[in-house]
Design a protein around this ligand. Structure first.
Ligand SMILES: C[S@@+](CC[C@H](N)C(=O)[O-])C[C@H]1O[C@@H](n2cnc3c(N)ncnc32)[C@H](O)[C@@H]1O
Length: 238
């Protein structure tokens, strides 16, 4: 797309990315190497399993339009593109410029037409009702509560009526035991996250837990799946 509005949206996204209160990650390929080491040696493959499960929970259909919020280096978006096929359209946004550069390189290597853009959850540069599915993995714990609320409202705006939201995040530090207590990243409580999702106007809010395996530093994670009410945004007659 070459319209001036597109370029304007892109720059606006980059500007708000610099101002975000979210914890931005950088590192590009070093992030992927670090992630591979953690997942293989310490998490017993649970990181990979988590992204696969998030994609499965979304019940993706060929041709779906999908947004990955806080996409990092794009690993989940690549998996999503495989599942929605060439008729599908996948977009990933993240404020980390190095993560976006790495994600673009990975998509190019796999000949996948994924649009990776610098951007933030609190100001999504897309019109209302653009996406069938919005996903976000291991990202919510990077945001203060006010930003989570703002971000969920933005997701509700860009999702189509009946569209699906999937969030996966680490467990809270206080809810861990054993080796997992040493893992640095503190997540959100699953029920708190689900309550925020419901407050943002989503329906059919479900939670699923992914407990840590024995002898692993994986801190445990949880999923929230919810749907935007089909009648939201529709003009009612009468
Ligand atoms: C732990 S990483 C997870 C990345 C990826 N989703 C994955 O599963 O590997 C969290 C990501 O959230 C991003 N992030 C931080 N603040 C954000 C914001 N305001 N909006 C969107 N993403 C944000 C960070 O830059 C980082 O890439």
């Amino acid at each position: 797309m070459h319209s001036s509005s597109h370029h304007h949206g892109h720059r606006a996204g980059e500007a708000s990315a610099k101002a975000t209160n979210g914890l931005i990650l950088q590192g590009g390929w070093r992030y992927d190497l670090h992630g591979w080491f953690f997942d293989t040696c310490l998490f017993r493959g649970k990181g990979r399993e988590l992204r696969q499960r998030a994609a499965t929970l979304a019940q993706l259909q060929p041709g779906d339009r999908v947004l990955d919020v806080g996409c990092g280096t794009g690993t989940l978006a690549l998996e999503v593109q495989r599942r929605v096929g060439s008729a599908g359209r996948v977009v990933g946004i993240d404020p980390g410029t190095e993560q976006i550069a790495r994600a673009r390189a990975k998509a190019a290597r796999h000949h996948m037409p994924i649009a990776f853009q610098v951007g933030v959850i609190e100001q999504l540069a897309f019109p209302e009702q653009t996406f069938d599915v919005v996903l976000s993995t291991l990202m919510m714990h990077h945001l203060p509560k006010s930003l989570k609320v703002q971000g969920l409202a933005e997701i509700a705006r860009v999702l189509k009526g009946g569209g699906c939201l999937i969030i996966a995040d680490f467990t809270r530090k206080q809810e861990r035991s054993g080796l997992a207590t040493r893992f640095h990243a503190g997540g959100s409580s699953l029920s708190e996250l689900a309550a925020l999702v419901a407050d943002a106007g989503f329906a059919q809010v479900e939670m699923q837990e992914m407990p840590p395996p024995r002898f692993s530093a994986f801190p445990g994670a949880g999923f929230v799946r919810a749907y935007k009410s089909a009648d939201v945004g529709m003009i009612t007659e009468g």
